[in-house]
Design a protein around this ligand. Structure first.
Ligand SMILES: O=C[C@H](O)COP(=O)(O)O
Length: 250
């Protein structure tokens, strides 16, 4: 079901004490009754603490990644079953930092998507073009390929467990945001691409988040666009007041 979502991707930030402090601040400051689902995504080692600290709140806890295999000799990795076991039922897949620094390909992401769905997890599937793609005017085809290769093997029914996050790489952590018009243009294209393969209803029902330097001073304008259903927030999600202000902009 299409819904408004504000998700914080904490990346490799916040130790245990800082995680507890930030979660407590978020519980106090972020209003979860304003119409947006609120998601936080601390590091793996702090997920269980986050689940426990947030058990009496509506804030959802997500993992930032998972391995595609069920279990086995994959030193340093975390499985879907392990996440489910600690009551983490949402996972971010395909973030551009995973693609760039950990060589995650569309084919690998397709496997992760399959495994996550098998474990009935909700996926926040990230994708987006690089600056050169936009300069060369290939951003639409790049985004289309990422979507099709990583995600379009799923069934119609699976879409109820998928949230999309369009994150132009050139806007991540740079302070440079896609204009609301650029975000809307791409989100509409994404919906149209989904419609061509899966039909109007699924295209209309999927939530599409925008990510890339969303801050309290620009969130409202971006979220006001009809095909933007919220945001995946990096830097600004590490401060409860900023995150609360962004959540209130929905
Ligand atoms: O996952 C979040 C995105 O990478 C956006 O990060 P940012 O808000 O720091 O630009």
């Amino acid at each position: 079901m299409r819904k408004k979502i504000v998700a914080g991707n904490w990346k490799m930030n916040k130790n245990l004490l800082e995680t507890k402090e930030l979660l407590s601040d978020i519980k106090n400051k972020v209003n979860t009754s304003l119409g947006a689902e609120v998601i936080v995504s601390p590091t793996f080692v702090n997920l269980q603490n986050a689940v426990e600290l947030l058990q009496d709140s509506d804030v959802v806890v997500a993992a930032q990644n998972m391995h595609q295999a069920e279990s086995g000799a994959y030193t340093g990795e975390i499985s879907a079953e392990m996440l489910r076991n600690i009551k983490v039922e949402t996972v971010i897949l395909g973030h551009s930092e995973r693609r760039a620094y950990f060589s995650e390909t569309d084919a690998l992401l397709a496997e992760k998507v399959t495994t996550a769905l098998k474990h009935e997890m909700t996926i926040i599937f990230c994708f987006g073009e690089e600056l050169n793609d936009r300069k060369n005017n290939t951003h639409f085809s790049v985004v289309e390929e990422q979507l099709k290769e990583g995600l379009f093997h799923i069934n119609k029914d699976d879409w109820s467990n998928v949230v999309l996050a369009y994150e132009p790489v050139w806007a991540i952590g740079t302070g440079e945001t896609a204009s609301p018009e650029q975000a809307q243009e791409m989100h509409a294209f994404i919906r149209e691409t989904i419609k061509k393969t899966y039909g109007q209803e699924i295209a209309d029902e999927v939530s599409i988040l925008y990510g890339g330097s969303v801050k309290p001073n620009n969130a409202k304008e971006i979220f006001a666009k009809p095909d933007v259903d919220g945001g995946l927030i990096g830097g600004a999600s590490l401060d409860a007041e900023s995150f609360a202000a962004i959540a209130a902009s929905i």
